[in-house]
Design a protein around this ligand. Structure first.
Ligand SMILES: *[C@@H]1O[C@H](CO)[C@@H](O)[C@H](O)[C@H]1NC(C)=O
Ligand SMILES: *[C@@H]1O[C@H](CO)[C@@H](O)[C@H](O)[C@H]1NC(C)=O
Ligand SMILES: *[C@@H]1O[C@H](CO)[C@@H](O)[C@H](O)[C@H]1NC(C)=O
Ligand SMILES: *[C@@H]1O[C@H](CO)[C@@H](O)[C@H](O)[C@H]1NC(C)=O
Length: 405
């Protein structure tokens, strides 16, 4: 059975803290809506800790089927780890608007809706769908696809509407928890996952090979237990970059690779609502080796001061591990003055030194040279072990540093 890392709770707190600092302009806030209904405090709490709240807030048209504290106690009695709780609760969020009026006017008596469990990609076949039935006598039933009748004709029934903003969000109370064997199935513990193996299987083999050959893999693996987000460049991106990579010193190589990791778990939804600077595993001191994420229409763009990459796929997005594929290698300005191969922006064309960082812009002084940065980051506070207190203090100091900038 997968076990929750002891670090999850403080991390969640910190993530919530960071998330609340970054400003977002969402049309709705499920946490706020449910805060007005104290009898749903448990459900509300778990929407936050599983990050489903972020996912709900970022979607336009959504229905949340809430279960009161008494109903939630049945689920909590099963002592599921957070990833399983997330799967079960994601069955309660429909990717469509179903207000009280609409569920009482379902044509032909029943309809099947796609849930956020479907959207995780973990639900096989029809396991991510819920059937809504407009039964006789004004009763409305909700059943998961493979429901076997343990609670009568439906898994749960409609109780009342808690809040509705027409065609935006509907928050309904249902009688009890919707669940299914698929949603409750053990989830591979991401902390135990071999990150490089995962990348190799999903089109990031070249990046995984570099992590292994450079030794940077160890830092990524150590961080995986406490929460990590990795942007792995596609094989094509790495292949086109190898000449420049080989030009880097060993420290420069390490730094470049660590620059592709964020020492926090960020779901795709969290990244999309962030629109700001993020520390990386290479970060040492304020503002050094930061990345910026922002949305561009439907796309998520990760930028350095030198170039930008677009997110092209999700290898895994499961607390505490998220790995996203990007279409370019991210170039920190401390190591690259401009995109390798492209004409240099300034008159420095002919004067590129062997160590690209030697003439890199930024705060002047030897401090900023590649070996200094790379060594410091290698031994510095960003190197996070699995230990709870240690991790917490490290992450906290990072967060504080981030906040004070
Ligand atoms: C949502 O509401 C909660 C509770 O009122 C609040 O703490 C949180 O900051 C809000 N989130 C956003 C993104 O506005
Ligand atoms: C991950 O798997 C690869 C290949 O199977 C292996 O070489 C590597 O040592 C593994 N890494 C860890 C941290 O177990
Ligand atoms: C690698 O370094 C050499 C020597 O400084 C330079 O001429 C070459 O342009 C560099 N190659 C790349 C791809 O950066
Ligand atoms: C960094 O740590 C390694 C071992 O983890 C050690 O060999 C090396 O001397 C350290 N470097 C500095 C500058 O402290």
């Amino acid at each position: 059975m997968p076990k929750l890392p002891a670090t999850t709770f403080p991390l969640v707190l910190i993530i919530v803290l960071v998330a609340s600092i970054s400003s977002t302009t969402n049309a709705h806030n499920i946490t706020h809506i449910l805060a007005g209904h104290p009898e749903f405090s448990t459900f509300n709490h778990y929407l936050t800790t599983t990050h489903l709240a972020d996912e709900i807030n970022r979607r336009r048209t959504i229905t949340v089927c809430a279960v009161d504290n008494a109903g939630m106690s049945d689920l909590l009695a099963k002592h599921f780890p957070l990833p399983i709780l997330k799967n079960v609760l994601s069955l309660h969020v429909f990717a469509d608007y179903f207000g009280a009026k609409k569920i009482h006017q379902i044509s032909k008596g029943s309809t099947t809706v796609s849930t956020l469990f479907q959207a995780t990609g973990e639900a096989a076949g029809t396991a991510g769908y819920v059937k809504i039935t407009d039964a006789k006598g004004g009763k409305v039933g909700f059943s998961v696809a493979d429901y076997e009748g343990d609670y009568g004709p439906f898994s749960a029934t409609f109780v009342k509407s808690l809040d509705e903003v027409s065609y935006d969000i509907a928050v309904l109370q249902i009688s009890n928890v919707l669940s299914s064997p698929e949603a409750e199935a053990p989830v591979g513990a991401p902390a135990d996952m071999n990150v490089t193996n995962l990348m190799e299987k999903q089109g990031c083999k070249a990046f995984a090979d570099l992590l292994q050959s450079s030794g940077a893999e160890e830092t990524f693996t150590q961080n995986a237990a406490g929460g990590i987000t990795v942007f792995c460049p596609s094989d094509e991106a790495i292949n086109g970059f190898m000449k420049s990579y080989k030009n880097l010193t060993n420290d420069g190589k390490q730094t470049l690779l660590l620059y592709h990791g964020i020492p926090f778990y960020n779901s795709l939804g969290m990244l999309k609502s962030k629109n700001g600077a993020l520390n990386t595993l290479a970060t040492e001191g304020k503002n050094k080796f930061d990345l910026t994420v922002k949305t561009d229409g439907e796309d998520l763009v990760v930028s350095t001061e030198v170039n930008s990459a677009t997110l092209t796929g999700t290898l895994i997005d499961q607390d505490p591990l998220a790995v996203f594929k990007i279409d370019k290698v991210l170039l920190p300005h401390q190591l690259f003055k401009s995109v390798p191969g492209a004409p240099a922006p300034k008159a420095s064309k002919g004067s590129k030194s062997k160590d690209a960082s030697a003439d890199a812009p930024g705060p002047a002084g030897d401090d900023d040279s590649v070996p200094a940065d790379a060594t410091a980051s290698d031994n510095g506070s960003v190197r996070v072990s699995g230990g709870g207190i240690w991790l917490m203090s490290v992450v906290l100091s990072l967060v504080l540093g981030y906040c004070m900038v």
